[in-house]
Structures are given as C-alpha cells and as structure tokens.
Design a protein around this ligand. Structure first.
Ligand code: SF4
Ligand code: FES
Length: 249
C-alpha cells in the first residue's frame, strides 16, 4: 500500500508548528497504524531527518499511552479501538490521512503528536484512590461485593486514560474520564469512606486544570476506545450533588 500523510510537526511546545507531507511506501495491510509510522520514521532517520514523535507503549490497547487524531477522529475511524490497534487494512491504497495531536488547552503539545497529559494524573492525585488502612491482604471473598456493583466498577475501571474523550469534545471536557474514575471507586465498598470528598476534589481539579464543562453532546462516548458510557457523567453529577448534601455544614 501507499498512503499519503499530512502530519502535524512541532519541534517544541513554543514552536508554532505546521503540517508536513509524507508518503508511506510499501506498507503491508497487516501492519498496525503505529508500525506504518515506524516505517515512515525509519526512512526519515536514514535521510538524517527528525522522526515524527508519537506516544506508544503496550501497542495492545491496554495502557492508554497512544493517541492522536486520524482524519479528525481521535484514534481513527474504528469504534472502540485505540490507534495502536488500528490496522492499515482499514484504509485503501493512496488514501490521504491527516494526523494531528489532541487539541485542548489542558493538553499542551510537547512535540509533533505528543501532548502533556499530566493534568489527568493530577485529577487522579486529587482523589482517585482509597486511603483506608486495610491491613494485610484479605481473603478474596471477605468483603462481599454485589455482582451488579462489581460489574459497574469494572466497566468504569476499563478507562485507560488516553484522553480521546477530551480531544473529541468541543468543550475539551474531561468529564468522561473523571466520571469513570469516580464511578470505579464509588461502586465498591472500599471506596465508601472517601466517596463524598473524592468526587468533589476530582471535579474541582478537573475544572482547575482548564478542562471545559460537559454539554451532553456524546462525542466522548463515540470515540472512547474502551466504550465508557456517557451515563457515567450523569452518575458523577449525582455523586457530586450527594456530596454537597452530605458534606454541607
Ligand atoms: S474515558 Fe475513554 S476516551 Fe476518555 S480517557 Fe478513558 S478510555 Fe480514553
Ligand atoms: S500503546 Fe497502549 S493503548 Fe495504545
């Protein structure tokens, strides 16, 4: 296959940046999208040019490190798929693809397709943990958790923190990410002691980082590689309201 690429190149966070055209030649349909970029980068290195910077780690859709816009869509055209799991057989010979980094004030571009997602870490630091002293490891069934609750917690815990939800949202809201992290612990017994303070701290950190508000458009859910449902955001809003009532003086 041959693919024509228009890639955002930006040397430093302060650089203005701009699109540069590349041609990916001799691409196998069985390659992943990132392997196709590896091929392009190898040819750039051979020519003594700076390779295109992009994030990746597991390349198995489980770590959340990868992510950029392919043709304006976070993670590309396949639903429920991170860009590392996108394959070139999804495209046609001579297709033209535009690659851009996530665009959000809270995710400044570091280089090319790489953005700084440490704002997500700070939201987790604000409350995405349990600090109860649980002592040593307990028997698996000592704290009984209803199947419905554990399923909901597990579904929310599937969020890999990639940031696609922010990139898709016209408000650059991280409500889907934050709500997944809130729900993950709110459904479990271990999350109950800090349930009220957690949601307030995480929502306040979300706003302080410069993410926008949710206006229920649903783009986040549509592009999420883990198909986290937007109903999590309604759940987070209920948790926040409950916390306001519980913690009110
Ligand atoms: S909610 Fe989905 S899109 Fe957003 S960070 Fe988590 S996995 Fe990525
Ligand atoms: S590199 Fe880990 S999810 Fe894509």
């Amino acid at each position: 296959m041959r693919i024509f690429l228009k890639v955002w190149r930006q040397a430093t966070p302060r650089d203005r940046g701009g699109f540069v055209d590349y041609t990916a030649e001799n691409i196998s349909p069985d390659m992943s999208f990132l392997e196709m970029l590896d091929v392009v980068n190898e040819s750039l290195i051979v020519k003594g040019q700076d390779p295109i910077a992009f994030d990746s780690d597991c390349r198995e859709g489980i770590c959340g490190t990868c992510g950029f816009l392919v043709g304006g869509v976070p993670h590309g055209p396949d639903p429920g798929t991170s860009v590392c799991q996108l394959h070139m057989r999804r495209f046609k010979d001579d297709d033209r693809l535009v690659l851009e980094p996530w665009r959000a004030r809270a995710f400044p571009v570091l280089k090319d397709l790489v953005v700084d997602r440490s704002a997500f870490d700070r939201i987790i630091q604000a409350g995405g943990y349990t600090s109860v002293n649980v002592g040593g490891a307990q028997d698996a069934n000592l704290i009984l958790v209803a199947k419905t609750a554990s399923d909901k917690a597990m579904d929310s815990a599937a969020c890999i923190g990639c940031g696609a939800c922010v990139a898709a949202c016209k408000n650059a809201s991280a409500a889907l990410f934050t709500s997944a992290k809130v729900a993950h612990l709110a459904f479990l017994p271990q999350g109950q002691p800090e349930r009220a303070t957690r949601v307030v701290a995480m929502v306040e950190r979300h706003d302080a980082e410069g993410f926008g508000s949710c206006s229920n458009e649903g783009e986040c859910e549509a592009v999420c590689p883990k198909e986290i449902p937007i109903t999590n955001i309604a759940h987070m809003n209920r948790e926040y309201l409950r916390a306001m009532l519980v913690t009110r003086d």
